[in-house]
Structures are given as structure tokens and as C-alpha cells.
Design a protein around this ligand. Structure first.
Ligand SMILES: Nc1nc2c(ncn2[C@@H]2O[C@H](COP(=O)(O)OP(=O)(O)OP(=O)(O)O)[C@@H](O)[C@H]2O)c(=O)[nH]1
Ligand SMILES: [Mg+2]
Length: 240
């Protein structure tokens, strides 16, 4: 399908991103004039909501949940919203300007060219990640180990900058996906692999969050390792 005729939805989740959302929305509007935007905010307390309310338009939908309910469940809500509103393509990203909205058209083209799942990849040739210190090595190692253990030929499993063909998302049974942690992004790759999705990796440059604080709980890494072994079991012994 031609990128220009597709009905497009760009999604990101926010929790206390007051320093980032206005430029992010402007960046998305500049990169994709004909796309709708969906934001799921979990009752931010730093003024994010007031900024979002001020930027609302027919093309920008804001869903506010009553309390912080996790990133995975926010992404799942976006999948369902895209399916229910008959979008052709869904782009997901972070709300802290780590992902460059200028990359969106390249991701959407990947879906236009026939992929079901296009991954914005820091570790594919040509990609880059601005993490420093232990986070740099943790992220590199995590993605390397996932590739080796799972035997899925991708370089990036964990970042949220992705484009989906919405029709293909309908094939996944979301009721059996654990959305409680950040390993949701890894889980989605494995489930899409089992559902025989066609993948594409597009190199991206991942920036440090622009402003505000990280929401990853430090214990998340242990949960992610646990989930990786669980997924290994799922991949070996179960069908999608
Ligand atoms: N609605 C909602 N958004 C969340 C929640 N947790 C994180 N987010 C948003 O999800 C995006 C990614 O979260 P981050 O804390 O930046 O996670 P990260 O990018 O892996 O970590 P950093 O590199 O430290 O920024 C950001 O836009 C957050 O505001 C949540 O529970 N609910
Ligand atoms: Mg971030």
C-alpha cells in the first residue's frame, strides 16, 4: 500500500513529561501531516495534562487513565484503539524525545513496503544509542542475549519505536500477553515472530531523554531476564 493513502496513527504514553510533549507533538505534526495522534496519560502531576489539553485537536486524542498503570498496558490500549478505529498503520514511540519524530516516515514506509512489524533499531548497522555507563552495556548485552537465545534474527528487541500493520496485529491474542513490565516490548517481538510476522529493522539514533525523570524501576532488569527465559520456553514449546 502507498504510504500516502494509509490511515495512520502515532501513539505515545506519558507520565510526567511536561518538558517534552509540546516539542514531540510539533515534531510529529511536522514529520507526518496526515497522521492522527493518540496519547495515553496516567494522570501526570507535573503539568503535562494541561499542555496536552491545550494542544488537543480533531487529530489528537488524549486518553487519561486515573492512575499510573504501566507502559505495557498503555501500548496494548493503543493496539486496540488502532484496530477499533480501522487504522492501516500504527507507530509507537516514547514520550520523552528519545525517539526522533523525523524517523517516523521511514518506519511507515516499511509497512507500506509489505512489512507487518518495523523496528526502529539502535543496534542494526547504522543505528546509534546515546546511553552511557552501565545502561549502555546492559542494553547492548540484553539485546545480544535475546538475539542469541531466541534465535530471532533481529538486533533490537526492547525499544518502543515501531510501526505495525494494524491488520496483522489482529492476529495476536492479547489476552495472553503479560503487560505488567517493560519486557512487554520483547514479548511482542516473540509473539509476532510466532505469528509469522514479516519484520524489518530500520536504523535509528536513540537519544537520552530530553528532560524529566526515568520511570523504569531498578528491579525491572531482573523481571526482564525472567521474562526472557519464559519466552524461550514459549517459543520452544508452544505455538502463537
Ligand atoms: N501512561 C504511562 N506512561 C508511562 C508509564 N511509564 C512510563 N511511561 C512513559 O513511557 C515512556 C518511556 O518511559 P521511560 O521512563 O522514558 O523509559 P525509558 O525510555 O526506557 O527510560 P529512560 O531512558 O530513563 O528515559 C515515557 O514517555 C514515559 O513517560 C506509565 O506507567 N504510564
Ligand atoms: Mg525514555
Amino acid at each position: 500500500m502507498m504510504s500516502s493513502t494509509m490511515k495512520k496513527l502515532i501513539f505515545f504514553a506519558t507520565y510526567n513529561e511536561a518538558g517534552n510533549v509540546a516539542s514531540l507533538i510539533q515534531g510529529i505534526r511536522k514529520a507526518e501531516q496526515n497522521a492522527d495522534i493518540l496519547i495515553v496519560d496516567d494522570s501526570s502531576t507535573d503539568g503535562t495534562l494541561e499542555i496536552l489539553e491545550g494542544m488537543k485537536s480533531e487529530a489528537l486524542t488524549l486518553i487519561v487513565r486515573p492512575s499510573k498503570s504501566g507502559l505495557g498496558s498503555a501500548h496494548l490500549l493503543a493496539f486496540k484503539y488502532a484496530i477499533d478505529h480501522s487504522y492501516d498503520v500504527l507507530v509507537t514511540m516514547d514520550g520523552d524525545l528519545s525517539h526522533d519524530p523525523a524517523d517516523i516516515p521511514r518506519l511507515i514506509s516499511g509497512v507500506g513496503d509489505g512489512s507487518d512489524f518495523v523496528i526502529g533499531s539502535r543496534y542494526a548497522p547504522g543505528g546509534a544509542c546515546d546511553y552511557t555507563g552501565y545502561r549502555k552495556y546492559l542494553s547492548l548485552l540484553g539485546n545480544f542475549v535475546a538475539r542469541q537465545l531466541l534465535g530471532i534474527n533481529l538486533h533490537e528487541f526492547t525499544t518502543s519505536l515501531r510501526a505495525f500493520k494494524v491488520k496483522s496485529l489482529e492476529k495476536i491474542d492479547f489476552s495472553t500477553i503479560d503487560v505488567s513490565g517493560y519486557s512487554f516490548f520483547l514479548t511482542m517481538v516473540v509473539r509476532a515472530h510466532l505469528a509469522k510476522f514479516k519484520f524489518a529493522e530500520i536504523p535509528i539514533h536513540f537519544h537520552e531523554r530530553n528532560s524529566g525523570a526515568s520511570k523504569i524501576p531498578p528491579l525491572e532488569i531482573i523481571r526482564a531476564v525472567k521474562q526472557l527465559f519464559y519466552l524461550l520456553y514459549v517459543k520452544r514449546f508452544k505455538a502463537a
